[in-house]
Design a protein around this ligand. Structure first.
Ligand code: AMP
Length: 500
């Protein structure tokens, strides 16, 4: 028997529950008591709806304290939370509703018209609304409920959330995460990152993704630490708020944008003890420039929806740029060759992971789930990487992004690193496109810096001088920016469609 994840948080709330748990950008303060009572009212409402056991509760709502409270209420009532990216439009929402078949959907009041039609057609029983200004039927209905709710007991295997993968390489799948997956991962990170008394988290990430909802919020909730909630990332606001915080978590784009702002300097982050980056690769340039500008070293970690966090650079030891650090305590992670044998350090292979963090499987896809696990119980992450001799892991890319040209394996990351070194290249993405002769051919997509006078022929000539011919891009395209999803991952599928 494992206690409900919410019960674990509540047991760690500060002794004085009148202190602040969430402060919003516009000055509202929610105490720990407020969070407990508001989630209690909402959990009572959920319980009153007589939803079947194990019901999914889907939410496509803007970030707000109430959005987090809805997640907590879902945990407390023993249901399964399904956060949906606010950028999703009708076709995507229709897919998720038919796949997750939630009993309840919470959406923005302005979206109620079209979204409720889709929901009812997919069999959803109830649609309630919530906006980021505390308006909507969810809060109206919860307001008349009692504050007190006895958080339900759950078992190790009970689902807490269904998290749809970002689907940069295919259709989104629902990753089933249990209370135990999330609780153990939060506890490991609390220790590993030295969460401490007096910590304040500046929260600028969205709440529909593992990074903002689990890594960030769980860290603060488990540690009884205050969060400053920003509706979205905006460098000026972040720079203004940093002096009130001690911990900041971001995707690499946040750090690139902070560095682009001359107001971001040593002083702006003097109170921060920990900057964390993840969800996408942090460029070495960003890592180095951050040290030069602020004197602080970003801690990069690696995880995914299916596994929560797997590796992290150390808090005390060396944080090495371009790596995602060491496997977290209690988590077994290996890099294997095509025969499933562990690779020597420096050799690139498939990343596999086993531990209490690893999800229960893909929602209603038992065959797909079985395919993604090895006989000895490791989850095949789909990422490719290598360990160095110190045991630090580097990610080379997704296995599906691997290019096989003329029988040779080509890792896009390697070519991207060479391209990024060229004068005038701001960033790059390398993809494989079908080629009649080679099977696939390497294509480079480059964002050039403003003053650059690069040409495709020039880039190809420069690459010929530094890497083997079969890796040299056959075509080079210039774009203003790379297509990225909400978590700043480059959407290589979009590039393949466009340039394939
Ligand atoms: P998601 O499930 O949306 O969190 O996406 C997980 C994927 O993001 C992983 O499988 C990796 O491919 C990528 N990812 C996450 N963190 C990092 C990182 N620090 N460096 C490189 N890739 C990362």
């Amino acid at each position: 028997m494992m206690s409900n994840l919410y019960a674990l948080f509540a047991a760690n709330f500060p002794a004085d529950r009148r202190t602040c748990c969430i402060e919003t950008h516009d000055g509202l303060q929610y105490s720990w008591d407020d969070i407990d009572h508001a989630s209690g009212r909402m959990a009572n409402l959920l319980a009153s709806l007589a939803l079947p056991a194990g019901s999914r509760i889907a939410a496509q709502i803007e970030k707000s304290p109430e959005a987090l409270i809805l997640y907590l209420a879902t945990l407390r009532a023993g249901f399964v939370f399904v956060p949906l990216n606010t950028a999703y439009r009708a076709a995507e929402i229709d897919y998720f509703l038919n796949d997750a078949t939630p009993a309840l959907l919470v959406c923005a009041p302005s979206a109620f018209g079209w979204i409720s039609k889709l929901a009812f057609a997919a069999g959803t029983r109830q649609v309630l609304t919530l906006d980021d200004q505390r308006q909507g039927s969810l809060l109206e209905r919860a307001a008349v409920q009692p504050d007190f709710f006895e958080t339900v007991a759950v078992t190790d295997d009970d689902l807490a959330a269904l998290l749809y993968t970002s689907g940069t390489t295919g259709r989104s799948k629902g990753a089933m995460l249990t209370h135990r997956n999330l609780a153990t991962n939060a506890q490991v990170l609390q220790q590993y990152w030295h969460w401490q008394a007096g910590d304040v988290l500046l929260h600028a990430l969205p709440l529909f993704h593992i990074h903002g909802l689990f890594v960030a919020c769980h860290g603060a909730l488990l540690n009884g630490s205050k969060m400053i909630f920003l509706p979205r990332f905006d460098s000026a606001t972040v720079i203004r708020q940093l002096p009130h915080a001690t911990v900041f978590m971001g995707v690499p784009t946040f750090y690139v944008r902070l560095l682009a702002d001359p107001a971001f300097d040593h002083n702006a982050c003097a109170s921060i003890r920990l900057f964390v980056s993840g969800s996408a690769p942090l460029l070495l340039d960003t890592f180095d420039n951050f040290i030069a500008r602020t004197g602080q070293t970003i801690l990069e970690r690696y995880g995914m929806s299916e596994t929560a966090m797997m590796t992290s650079n150390p808090y005390d030891g060396a944080r090495i740029g371009g790596t995602v650090g060491l496997p977290l305590p209690g988590i077994a992670l290996r890099v294997v060759d095509e025969h499933g044998h562990p690779c020597a350090s420096g050799a690139i292979g498939a990343i596999e992971v086993r531990g209490p963090n690893v999800f229960k499987g893909y929602w209603q896809m038992p065959e797909k789930t079985a395919q993604e696990f090895t006989a000895d119980g490791y989850f095949i992450t789909g990422d490719v990487g290598c360990f160095d001799e110190r045991g630090y892991l580097s990610i080379v890319g997704r296995s599906k992004d691997l290019i096989i040209s003329g029988g040779y394996n080509i890792y896009p990351k390697e070519i991207e690193s060479f391209l990024d070194e060229l004068d005038g290249v701001e960033e790059s993405a390398v993809i494989g496109v079908p080629h009649p002769d080679f099977g696939e051919a390497v294509v480079a997509v480059i964002v050039a810096s403003k003053a650059a006078t690069l040409t495709a022929a020039g880039v190809i000539a420069a690459m010929k001088a530094s890497i083997a011919n079969f890796k040299v891009p056959k075509q080079v395209h210039f774009v203003d920016e790379l297509p990225r999803n909400a978590m700043s991952k480059v959407q290589k599928n979009v590039l393949r469609e466009r340039f394939g």
